[in-house]
Design a binder for this molecule. Structure first.
Ligand code: PXL
Length: 277
């Protein structure tokens, strides 16, 4: 069984980051080790959430792993809370990356044209320096704009998306997957660019016109799980897009579902079928 490590916060309630990554990656038959960066009572879209920062634990934990000769098939970073945590992740990549390790960065920090409450533009630019060191990055359009200093648009054409992908590739990541890319009414999808092969790939599916929290984390976790099941990044992003859409569809079917996250749990059988398990 492959083992990955994912580095992000624990939001105790809120269906995002580790409470999403662990079950999805495990369900896909991949061992998920974790490095929690903070414990929050909820994610940051709730009012009055509590935070216990765990930055000072990162070095001792990774040093112990090193002393035990642990290795990981992938290092997947999600929501990070500070400049220091970003720098620690760069060090972790240097320390743990081997020829066979995939470094995967989800620069989770913004959506719908706005940064999450805890962040500013300088943070986004700093996150870009972590993306520079990754094999694969999965920003949404908002995050891509903040990292590249590009104007955020809700109406755009393929040229705008390709320009964003080119700018992101220039940061240094090998593969960039831009999420939430829609060129026509009723459809949305993901567009990827492999800067090594100079190859674009677009995958679309039906658009459900709602926005839920944590869907980016579901997408990323599924993507890494699929790649650890030996799928290419293109297949992985298609599986991740379909599963995320299925989670949203199930959530919409049940009006009593909480607003703060999607029903990813009951869509797990769909995911396993989708990857042939
Ligand atoms: O990726 C979403 C996310 C993760 N973790 C925390 C968050 C959010 C989104 O707001 O607040 C703490």
């Amino acid at each position: 069984m492959k083992r990955i490590v994912t580095v992000q916060d624990i939001s105790c309630v809120g269906k995002c980051s580790l409470t999403v990554a662990l079950p999805i990656i495990s369900a896909m038959g991949v061992e998920a080790s974790i490095l929690p960066t903070a414990v929050l009572s909820t994610h940051t879209m709730f009012k009055n959430f509590t935070v216990k920062d765990l930055t000072d634990q990162v070095k001792p934990i990774t040093a112990h792993w090193k002393s035990e000769n642990m290795d990981f098939a992938a290092i997947y970073t999600g929501y990070l809370g500070s400049f220091e945590q970003i720098d620690l992740m760069k060090e972790m990549f240097d320390e743990f990356k081997t020829e066979n390790t995939i470094t995967f960065v989800d620069p989770a920090m913004a959506d719908n044209g706005r940064l999450y409450p805890a962040f500013d533009e300088a943070f986004a630019k700093h996150m870009a320096t972590l993306c520079a060191k990754a094999d694969i990055i999965v920003p949404n359009i908002t995050e891509a704009c903040f990292m590249t200093g590009t104007e955020y648009k809700t109406e755009y054409d393929e040229a705008y998306i390709k320009e964003l992908l080119d700018k992101l590739a220039k940061l240094g990541a090998k593969v960039t997957v831009l999420t939430g890319v829609s060129f026509e009414a009723g459809k949305t999808g993901v567009m990827g660019y492999d800067s090594v092969k100079d190859e674009y790939y677009y995958y679309k599916h039906d658009r459900l016109d709602v926005s839920y929290h944590g869907t980016g984390d579901i997408f990323s976790s599924t993507c890494i799980g699929a790649m650890m099941n030996n799928m290419s990044w293109k297949e992985a992003m298609a599986v991740a897009a379909d599963y995320t859409a299925e989670c949203i569809r199930l959530t919409l079917e049940d009006p009593s579902e909480p607003w703060y996250g999607v029903n990813f749990e009951q869509a797990i059988p769909y995911l396993l079928k989708r990857i042939g398990k």
